[in-house]
Design a protein around this ligand. Structure first.
Ligand code: SF4
Length: 352
């Protein structure tokens, strides 16, 4: 890429960003912990959804030390409903690493940040550039799309070769003087103007530097290979109540939704397994309908049953998916980390 083109592009985008950036809470800080938290929350999640979670999380855990000292249950409870719960568990593990191994101070460059569990190349670039002003590049979905269009890259940008080209370009382009602003400007352009469908080229500050626009390819780039369709998985679950208490079980930490609580369930279509999971024989299971929940790789189709517990089960459970049970008041569900799927199942039974 020629130097004049890069200079023109940087100036146009940085000026546009200064004028047009959205006022978001994490853009008012250079605290590496807060920047890191926002970047983790924003992965796969819309900005509007993240804003209240970010504020609540920082109120509860204002420093990396506070997060390191928290229990996993408290962290998951605050993440409840945000999805991709593995992110929360890795964030927690990363905070413990910073507190215990790094003496509470974040490494100030991308290579050092990569040594923290859960921090990959994107997050390392974001924290290094935004919090520490280091000229570290980053590539997320928005940046890959913008760069694929600006430079008319016809490789699949999810494939190894296309991704390598995009990272190399991001590294060449990152602004030495304002790397954090530059990286955020690229992402903001992707979110607000150079959107996946129907990019608004006439409103784009980079339109005179854009190869895709010059070639009329803005509607067909980037090239993305088709994602596999989520695989269907049938499940059964029971909402078992005793008086005004509802039975929840905690998922084993190594599994999907690890550490989260939910009405106990199992893979398959046979409700006969639900008695063991509830810890008592369930003489009269009532089928009350199904719920569907789609994850990135799975479409979960859960048949929900209701039952009354004649007595309280023991908390200990050694089942394929669970390691603990508890009877909980509906008003106390918020103190438990519940996935959106668990909430849907409870709502199906009119609990919560
Ligand atoms: S001119 Fe159009 S395609 Fe090119 S970067 Fe701007 S919005 Fe995207």
């Amino acid at each position: 890429m020629g130097r004049p083109r890069a200079t023109r592009l940087r100036r146009a985008l940085l000026d546009w960003y200064a004028e047009n950036k959205r006022d978001l809470p994490w853009r008012r800080t250079h605290d590496p912990y807060a920047v890191w938290l926002s970047e983790v929350m924003l992965q796969q999640t819309r900005v509007d959804t993240v804003v209240p979670y970010y504020a609540r999380f920082l109120r509860a855990f204002p420093t990396v030390h506070a997060l390191a000292e928290a229990t996993e249950g408290d962290v998951l409870a605050l993440w409840s409903g945000l999805g991709y719960y593995r992110r929360a568990r890795l964030l927690h593990e990363g905070a413990r690493h910073v507190a215990r191994v790094c003496g509470g101070a974040f490494p100030a460059d991308a290579a050092g940040l990569r040594t923290i569990p859960g921090i990959g190349p994107y997050t390392a670039g974001a924290v290094a550039s935004i919090a520490f002003g280091k000229p570290a590049p980053l590539v997320d979905g928005n940046v890959a799309r913008v760069l694929a269009r600006l430079f008319a890259i016809e490789d699949d940008v999810r494939g190894a070769a296309g991704l390598a080209r995009v990272w190399a370009l991001a590294g060449e382009l990152v602004d030495e003087g304002a790397p954090g602003e530059w990286n955020q400007a690229l992402m903001e352009l992707g979110a607000m103007v150079c959107t996946p469908r129907a990019p608004r080229c006439s409103a784009c500050p980079a339109h005179t530097s854009c190869d895709a626009r010059a070639k009329g390819l803005q509607g067909s780039l980037p090239i993305l290979r088709a994602k596999a369709r989520p695989k269907a998985e049938a499940r059964v679950a029971v909402v078992a109540t005793r008086g005004d208490l509802v039975l929840l079980a905690r998922r084993k930490s190594s599994l999907r939704f690890g550490g989260m609580w939910e009405p106990p369930g199992a893979e398959g279509t046979d409700p006969g397994v639900l008695g063991d999971l509830a810890g008592v024989s369930l003489a009269r299971l009532r089928e009350i309908g199904s719920v569907v929940h789609v994850l990135s790789h799975r479409r979960l189709e859960v048949m929900v049953y209701a039952a009354h517990l004649a007595r309280a089960p023991r908390p200990a459970i050694d089942a394929a998916e669970y390691d603990l049970r508890a009877l909980v008041r509906p008003s106390e569900l918020g103190a438990h980390g519940l996935s959106t799927l668990a909430r849907k199942i409870l709502a199906r039974a009119n609990v919560a």
